[in-house]
Design a protein around this ligand. Structure first.
Ligand code: MN
Length: 243
């Protein structure tokens, strides 16, 4: 039996054919550090946009899926929590990549600590407009209606949503785009968890927080859109950022 390395967590790669450098770093990461990992968990926005699982035939999407499949075939389980950019990922993606789709949030013991895994967008409760939009597009009715449209039309609409998200980000106060401290505390209390790992905000940091007298930790993952990739690595000794 091979000794297994740490559990790895990554998010917000925003993979797209327009960013070949990010795809190369992703591929190198999967062929490198991830190969000896006990597990790799993707915490959302792996893709910059996802119009539906019938877009698996797209050469770029197929290349990403191939890399994940190779990692799973090498014996590393891969878990996937959807982000706001790739929330339309479904069962066909899971079957093709070998990744397991997890609900958001998901409770898991990490480094011996009850830990919540989430993309993180639900915690940005100060942004009421975004939360309304999210509730709409995450409803089963919206999803069914949207996925019934032709792929070409969906790709156009998803691209419009992506551009709108980018434009709105420019005009929004930084505070609106970060997690709300009360929402974080409420979630940790609800699940009796002591640790939270999330992406979405792109603000890599370890935050020590007090939740009703309990010492808890919030790990915010960094994004991959700059010149580097980053990951959180957790062992029985604890967690640390790899870059
Ligand atoms: Mn996001």
């Amino acid at each position: 039996m091979t000794a297994r390395g740490p559990e790895l967590f990554i998010s917000d790669l925003h993979l797209s054919p327009h960013e070949p450098g990010t795809f190369r770093r992703f591929r190198d990461f999967l062929a490198g550090p991830a190969r000896s990992a006990a597990r790799l968990t993707l915490l959302g926005d792996l893709f910059d946009a996802w119009a539906g699982d019938d877009d698996l035939a797209d050469p770029f999407n197929a290349a990403v899926v191939r890399e994940l499949r190779a990692l799973v075939a090498a014996g590393v389980p891969v878990d996937f929590v959807a982000g706001n950019r790739d929330f339309l990922v479904g069962a066909d993606f899971a079957a093709a990549s070998g990744a397991s789709l997890l609900p958001d949030p998901c409770l898991r013991e990490v480094a011996g600590i009850a830990t919540l895994l989430t993309h993180g967008d639900t915690l940005c409760t100060d942004d009421a407009d975004y939360q309304r939009f999210r509730a709409e597009v995450r409803s089963p009715a919206w999803r069914a209606e949207f996925l019934a449209r032709p792929l070409a039309e969906r790709k156009r609409l998803i691209e419009q949503l992506r551009q709108r998200s980018e434009t709105e980000k420019q005009g929004k106060a930084m505070r609106l785009m970060d997690v709300n401290a009360h929402a974080v505390a409420a979630l940790l209390r609800e699940y009796a968890a002591a640790s939270l790992i999330h992406g979405h905000t792109h603000r890599q940091a370890r935050h020590a927080i007090d939740v009703a007298g309990r010492a808890c930790v919030r790990w915010a993952l960094g994004d991959w859109t700059g010149e580097r990739g980053t990951a959180l690595a957790c062992t029985t000794e604890g967690c640390r950022f790899l870059a």
